[in-house]
Design a binder for this molecule. Structure first.
Ligand code: HEM
Length: 141
């Protein structure tokens, strides 16, 4: 992905040490983002098809995403401590994810980010970052 000058500035600002984890509100902030994300997935019409790919009970999905986000933002490795190592591509290989599913996931995350009490630049930075794994995880057209 080609980054604009503004995007390069965002990366220079936020990709330093555990800046992201601190600005996100550490563990509580990562859990809130994951819970808001899955609450929205349950509510939005546009995300019903990706909700149906998940287990009926989202409790573990919420816990896994929240813990993964702590690690993703350069905080503690809470996912690995409880569930072991993860490679996102392999973890999603059994799930049919095309462009429509990828875009629904990103829409849901964009809306979840909007709900956080964080500065706009930080939310924009995180949304740009999520594009990369979301595109890598896509495993069909
Ligand atoms: C591209 C669209 C995506 C779709 C449709 C999708 C869908 C799913 C589904 C259906 C599960 C299974 C939940 C379960 O069995 O408990 C899952 C697990 C997970 N997803 Fe995604 N996902 C997507 C992208 C992402 C991205 C971009 C991230 C992280 C930045 C992510 C992080 C995770 C994590 C950490 C798990 C738990 C994996 C495990 O422990 O097995 N997902 N996802």
């Amino acid at each position: 992905m080609e980054l604009s000058e503004k995007q390069k500035e965002l990366f220079a600002t936020y990709r330093v040490g555990d800046t992201q984890y601190r600005l996100a509100g550490e563990e509580a902030g990562c859990f809130k983002l994951a819970n808001d994300f899955y609450d929205l997935m349950e509510q939005l019409d546009e995300t019903q098809h990706i909700l149906s790919l998940h287990p009926g009970d989202l409790e573990e999905s919420r816990d896994k995403l929240a813990r993964f986000l702590c690690f993703y933002m350069n905080g503690p490795h809470l996912y690995q401590e409880k569930y072991g190592n993860i490679q996102l591509g392999a973890a999603h290989a059994h799930i049919p994810i095309g462009a429509a599913e990828r875009d629904a996931w990103l829409l849901c995350m964009a809306r979840a980010l909007q709900m956080q009490p964080w500065e706009d630049d930080f939310k924009e930075f995180l949304f740009i970052r999520f594009q990369t794994p979301a595109h890598r995880i896509q495993n069909r057209p």
